[in-house]
Design a binder for this molecule. Structure first.
Ligand SMILES: Nc1ncnc2c1ncn2[C@@H]1O[C@H](COP(=O)(O)OP(=O)(O)OP(=O)(O)O)[C@@H](O)[C@H]1O
Ligand SMILES: [Mg+2]
Length: 265
């Protein structure tokens, strides 16, 4: 006899993947008002990222990729749906809960780095410790380890303007990792660096996902960069219109191009 009752479907049950999900987005709806009109950007979007998994989101400009990341991180509030980070439902009604989410559970990497220009790299990376009040004797050691991990330990005492774009982005990845978040959200982290540096950023993000068991969710317009992922999700018309599991083989770009072409992205 089936273990499922007639009214229950397999999708009602937590799948192994959902149970292990660090990021679990369910049926997200988000509209923006533009004067009299309202545009529905996300139309019931669901997506999950497991611990240690790196997932890329691709989609046309204006399709809602940044909106999705902003809803996950609590910067923006969805109209409907639910987001769970490491199993905890995000409480959008509480400003404090949303702030805590970014202080403790999520690390963010932005297209334009967002480093504090007056602080040295090591101070920038240490900021999340200070903000999360996690300052302890080992903060310096952790910062040093993180800078070594992303390959810019030699730049610890430089200020952001003394770094290349790629180095700034690597510093912002180190900063995003400082408070050991369950998930890293990265919005076009390779958008402002040359292709070779983009590859090294993707390599670092992949390495972080695998070694720190962090869930990494990133947005990219580049199939070459998406090819470093375990999975590529294609956002179109407010939902994940297609997804491809990938094997992280950065040479295997063709299937991604094919899906983009098929979806007209
Ligand atoms: N605060 C806002 N108020 C009104 N409309 C907004 C707001 N933020 C985003 N939008 C609209 O929502 C849609 C999705 O925007 P979003 O920034 O999420 O797209 P995107 O997929 O990240 O695009 P891109 O690839 O260009 O970064 C766009 O039409 C945008 O104009
Ligand atoms: Mg965007």
């Amino acid at each position: 006899m089936s273990a499922l009752s007639e009214t229950q479907t397999t999708s009602d049950l937590p799948s192994a993947e959902q149970e292990d999900s660090r990021v679990d987005v369910r049926e997200l709806v988000k509209s923006y008002r533009l004067g009299e009109d309202s545009i529905e950007v996300l139309k019931g979007l669901s997506l999950a990222v497991a611990a240690g998994e790196i997932v890329s989101i691709m989609g046309p400009s204006g399709s809602g990729k940044t909106t999705l990341l902003n809803c996950i991180s609590g910067i923006d509030t969805p109209d409907e749906g639910e987001v769970r980070i490491a199993g905890n439902v995000v409480d959008y009604d509480s400003e404090r809960a949303r702030t805590n989410l970014r202080r403790h559970d999520i690390g963010m990497v932005f297209q334009f780095f967002n480093l504090v220009p007056t602080l040295m790299v090591r101070e920038n990376v240490a900021l999340p410790f200070l903000i999360a009040r996690k300052a302890n004797d080992d903060a310096d050691g952790r910062v040093q380890t993180l800078l070594e991990r992303v390959g810019i330990a030699g730049r610890a005492d430089h200020r952001p303007y003394q770094l290349s774009g790629g180095e700034m982005q690597l510093a912002s990845i180190a900063r995003a990792l400082a408070h050991q978040p369950a998930a890293i959200l990265a919005d076009e982290p390779t958008g402002n660096v040359n292709p070779a540096v983009g590859r090294s950023i993707m390599n670092t993000l992949r390495d972080v996902a695998k070694s720190e068991k962090t869930a990494v969710l990133l947005v990219t317009h580049s199939p070459e960069h998406a090819a470093w992922s375990d999975r590529v999700c294609f956002l179109k018309e407010g939902v994940i219109a297609a997804e491809r599991t990938h094997d992280g083989d950065a040479e295997n770009v063709r299937p991604i191009h094919e899906t983009l072409l098929k979806l007209g992205i």
